[in-house]
Design a protein around this ligand. Structure first.
Ligand SMILES: Nc1nc2c(ncn2[C@@H]2O[C@@H]3COP(=O)(O)O[C@H]4[C@@H](O)[C@H](n5cnc6c(=O)[nH]c(N)nc65)O[C@@H]4COP(=O)(O)O[C@H]3[C@H]2O)c(=O)[nH]1
Length: 790
């Protein structure tokens, strides 16, 4: 009798403990009885057979409790536990277990089989396994004979892909692992059935996805972020087509190799940020194919996370938008350019103007110039020679205009024969005039078109921001109005919008023309203003100041023409003339036996920036036979500070030649003490504006005192300019200023009068100035009234 199991269909024959208990008792009984009988035979005493029987029975009775408690019950419990375990295992196993005999009759199934097939165990036990499982290979039944015939049985277990048949007639893919085991005289098949519907579906899905990725027109790459440098682990055929690289050439590399040298793109930075933050992102990158050609890659990247949420891969989907871009650029170009001339059209012009105005408002405060140009006789050309020639002319005009301007300027065509020229950030008015003149000049040459020589001229109207308008529209409108004015003025000329501007330009032009003439006709002369030593009261030096003796106007102040000479470059020959004349004059005075004086000559910024300045100065000294120690060059504070390092170098070179340096207009610029220390400067000239007010304005007084103290600290001497009053002189003397220059002692004089002044031996005492009782220490001719009187 088998041990009872809850698994009704489980025909497991476990040995019955009770039967074994009785078998054991029987064995004990018979062994004991046999021993007794053997002894009886040996001792010829078989008469007490009933005693032997009774004795064996007694032994059995005595052994029974022991056997039951120590052997049978534990066996029974062990069997129960084992059965329970098997029951639970079979009950909860997700895979189905099925057993069938050689005839294919099902012998055993577990609950998983019931769930899988929809049959109860009772319904299925005894039925043919063919009703549940169908082989895939030949589409029909091959159980159990096919199984029995298979060679694989030698390896113990065979696995098949099969189809399961549910009770409702539906089918599902399954995997069957069968073992053939011998139980008693029979072979039994023990099968493990697994429903692989989900796995098959996943496999199918994967296959589909792979197909989709492979047939995608977008390039797709997958990288592995768990490896250093995020290498590519997959690319699809579209990626290969797009980049020209075969998969094996890119696997293992970081995708950045596609970017070539252009690694500084803004988009690349954004992409790095997306990688760092482990998020997706959309970028447009400039990439290069294997053959080096550029393509625009519209790239979408997305992270792939594992179950724990950790990013393991990145998927990149790329789209070659090169053509799209090209098309877009063409569209933009057509929308912003004039198709005939290729120049910016009104749209782009307005954009650029607006941008330039906005920039001006923030950055440079220099004006912006808009020139409105109209061809003077275009209509006639069009009417007489036809539109083809008219178009050719418009194109040729565009080319000539473009040749008149610089890189940052704009030449645009508004339509018809109207052009606009924009000059942003105008530093000097001269630049505007130069461009306008250049434009008028390029129209002087005829346009050779289709064998004809065509002459056209242009009228230009000029408006400047912010005076003539602060908006695009206002500037265009006013430049247009100025252009009409130019037409009224007889065409082939330029006119400014503001009347004042026109007058200024006219004056400047007149001045410029006469400056050129003045240089040719030697209309310049020098005046000399003495410097006086406050310790001796005597003339200690002289400054040469240029004058223009205009034939009609008379003497013109350098304040008027020096800036123009600077702008036009005329200062270079003029400055050289001044230097030569001053040195020559100084030499003449020396030769006439007058006490030698140092002569100061002003150097303008343009002169200072001249490459051959040193050679020029050296040449003049040699030519005029003046020893370098009698020359001093004056440079403005702002100029030497602007030039910084270059100033240090040039001033040092001049100093080494023996020439003294003075810094002019000191106090009006921003000095860097560190530079000031490094400049080999002998004199600081305090600007006359401070001297003028120092006796009234305590701030100016403080400033003058501070400059004197600082100059002395740096080992420099101080010269006060523009001294007109005794109280100024008194203040300066009290604060130990070394020299003064100004109307108080003398105005600038011509050479002859200056010579007379020198010969007269005039000193400060003659001007009524009382010298201090005590001088400044141990300089020559230091102390006392007598010294001042000389
Ligand atoms: N109110 C008043 N003014 C006084 C007094 N004493 C002298 N001045 C004037 O102050 C100016 C001093 O010259 P600056 O500061 O070098 O200023 C000079 C200098 O920067 C420039 N300049 C003159 N000649 C030359 C030259 O040959 N080359 C260069 N590059 N610039 C020159 O023109 C500026 C003006 O020269 P000037 O008209 O000759 O004016 C001179 C002089 O006449 C005074 O007591 N009161």
């Amino acid at each position: 009798m088998g041990y009872p199991s809850r698994l009704g269909n489980l025909n497991i024959s476990l040995p019955s403990p009770r039967r074994q208990f009785f078998v054991l008792l029987g064995v004990i009984f018979f062994i004991d009885l046999a021993l007794m009988l053997i002894l009886g035979v040996l001792f010829h005493d078989l008469t007490r057979l009933h005693v032997y029987l009774f004795d064996s029975l007694a032994l059995v009775i005595l052994c029974a409790p022991f056997l039951w408690g120590r052997i049978v019950r534990p066996m029974r419990e062990t069997a129960a536990t084992a059965t329970n375990r098997i029951e639970s295992l079979l009950e909860y196993l997700a895979d189905g277990i099925i057993s069938f005999d050689e005839e294919g009759a099902v012998r055993l199934v577990n609950p998983a089989i019931e769930r899988m097939f929809g049959f109860s165990a009772e319904e299925v036990i005894g039925r043919s396994v063919d009703e549940l499982l169908v082989g895939n290979e030949n589409g029909g039944s091959y159980f159990p004979f096919a199984l029995a015939a298979r060679d694989e049985w030698s390896s113990g277990r065979v696995t098949y892909s099969i189809t399961g048949l549910r009770c409702d007639g539906s089918r599902f893919p399954a995997e069957l692992s069968v073992s053939k085991v011998r139980i008693g005289n029979h072979w039994t098949f023990l099968g493990l059935v697994r429903d692989v519907t989900a796995r098959k579906r996943d496999e199918q899905d994967l296959l589909l996805l792979k197909r989709a990725i492979e047939s995608s027109v977008n390039g797709i790459s997958i990288t592995d972020v768990t490896h250093p440098d995020n290498p590519i682990i997959y690319v699809n055929p579209a990626f290969e087509r797009m980049t020209g690289y075969a998969a094996h050439e890119v696997l293992g590399k970081n995708p950045r190799f596609l970017r070539g040298d252009s690694r500084d793109q803004e988009e690349t930075r954004k992409m790095s940020a997306a990688f760092r933050e482990r998020r997706d992102g959309y970028f447009v990158l400039r990439n290069y194919r294997k053959d080096g050609t550029l393509f625009w890659n519209e790239l979408y990247i997305a992270p792939v996370r594992d179950r724990a949420g950790v990013v393991t891969n990145y998927i990149g989907v790329m789209n070659d938008i090169t053509e799209h871009r090209h098309y877009e650029e063409q569209l933009i170009y057509h929308a912003t350019h004039d198709p005939l001339t290729g120049l910016p059209n009104r749209n782009l012009l307005q954009d650029r103007l607006a941008q330039a105005l906005a920039l001006d408002a923030f950055a440079h405060k220099n004006p912006l110039c808009v020139m409105f140009l109209d061809l003077d006789n275009f209509k006639k050309v069009n009417d007489t020679l036809g539109h083809t020639v008219g178009d050719m002319l418009l194109k040729a005009v565009a080319d000539r205009l473009t040749g008149c301007v610089r890189g940052g300027d704009t030449v645009a065509r508004l339509g018809g024969d109207e052009y606009i020229i924009v000059l942003p950030n105008v530093r000097e008015m001269q630049d505007v005039i130069t461009v306008a003149k250049k434009i008028i000049a390029v129209f002087a040459a005829p346009f050779p078109l289709l064998g004809d020589e065509i002459y056209v001229t242009s009228s230009i109207g000029i408006a400047l921001s912010p005076t003539d308008g602060e908006t695009v529209d206002a500037l265009l409108k006013n430049a247009d109005a100025a252009m009409y004015h130019a037409k009224e003025q007889g065409k082939n000329n330029y006119q400014f919008y503001s009347a004042e501007m026109n007058i200024r330009v006219f004056e400047r032009l007149a001045l410029e023309t006469s400056l050129h003439r003045a240089i040719r006709q030697r209309e310049f002369l020098l005046h000399y203003q003495p410097r006086v030593d406050l310790r001796t009261g005597r003339i200690s030096g002289v400054e040469a100041l240029v004058r223009w003796n205009h034939p009609e106007i008379g003497l013109v102040s350098p304040a008027k023409f020096i800036p123009l000479a600077e702008e036009t470059g005329l200062i270079v020959p003029l400055g050289e003339w001044v230097l030569r004349t001053a040195c020559a004059q100084n030499r003449i005075w020396q030769e006439r036996g007058l006490p030698p004086l140092r002569i100061a000559v002003n150097l303008s910024s343009r002169q200072f920036r001249q490459e051959n300045l040193i050679q020029m100065v050296a040449g003049v000294l040699t030519e005029t036979h003046l020893a370098a120690q009698w020359l001093e060059l004056e440079l403005t504070e702002s100029l030497v500070m602007q030039e910084g390092e270059r100033s240090v170098a040039i001033l040092t070179e001049l100093k080494e030649m023996g020439i003294d340096i003075a810094i002019d207009d000191f106090g009006t610029g921003y000095s860097s003490l560190s530079y000031l220390k490094r400049f080999p400067v002998r004199n600081l000239k305090i600007d006359q504006s401070f001297i003028r007010d120092m006796t009234r304005d305590p701030d100016d007084a403080t400033l003058v005192r501070t400059i004197i103290t600082m100059a002395h600290g740096l080992g420099m001497k101080v010269i006060a300019e523009g001294v007109e009053l005794e109280e100024q002189l008194d203040f300066l003397r009290r604060h130990q200023c070394e020299e003064i220059q100004g109307y108080y002692f003398s105005q600038p004089l011509d050479a002859e009068k200056f010579e007379q002044l020198l010969r007269s031996g005039k000193s400060l005492v003659d001007t009524g100035f009382a010298s201090p009782e005590v001088g400044y220490g141990d300089g020559p001719g230091v102390a006392g009234r007598g010294a001042i009187q000389g």
